[in-house]
Design a binder for this molecule. Sequence first.
Ligand code: C5P
Length: 222
Amino acid sequence: KRDIAIAIDGPAAAGKSTVAKIVAKHLSYVYIDTGAMYRALTLKAIQHQLNVDNETEIVELLNHTSIQFKQNGEQQLVYLDDADVTHEIRSQEVTHHVSDVSKHKEVREEMVQRQQQLARSRGVVMDGRDIGTHVIPDAEVKVFLIASVDERAKRRHKENVEKGYPSNLEELKKEIQRRDQIDSQREVSPLIKAEDAIEIDTTSYTINEVAERILEIVSSKI
Ligand code: C5P
């Protein structure tokens, strides 16, 4: 069996990371969460009180920023410079600003370069918005996960409640729609299904069923 690259893209809260982690674990592949990289940069921009619309300042900041993944048993930790920011990058404030930080051309160019470096050895599952279209256009398996906004908001709400985070279903729905709109309408590498990606509507499937479907697609390729 050969090692391949699996690209998983789709709108916010479609279950990408949960599915990607299951698939990676099953294949003993490395999982790379590209959204966490944009979130870490957003956190630092907030800490430095930068205006998220100021591309020059944000790129300058990124050029002096290290973002790393570290494995701690089952858990993957995200490090911003020398600090563990795994939990902080999921805050409502970061979530609210991340799409504006991510829309800048030079920010994306640098991030894509770092992500390509991380994916250069195969045996990776990478999730995001532009993995199949820009980061790993030659990925052997490309999946585009979708689900209705209602379903995605409900799932995220349930997850928040279970984790003990404050959560409001209506606000979640609005935030998801807002993020999808900015991500889909930006000029540089917008959220879009790659021509050769397989679309899976996860609305009426469980996470495990979706992971199994992807593993079937993978087995037909290796
Ligand atoms: O995947 P997650 O929801 O954590 O991503 C957060 C945000 O990061 C997205 O809404 C999007 O603005 C940005 N992003 C991106 N390209 C990626 C991954 C994430 O623009 N490959």
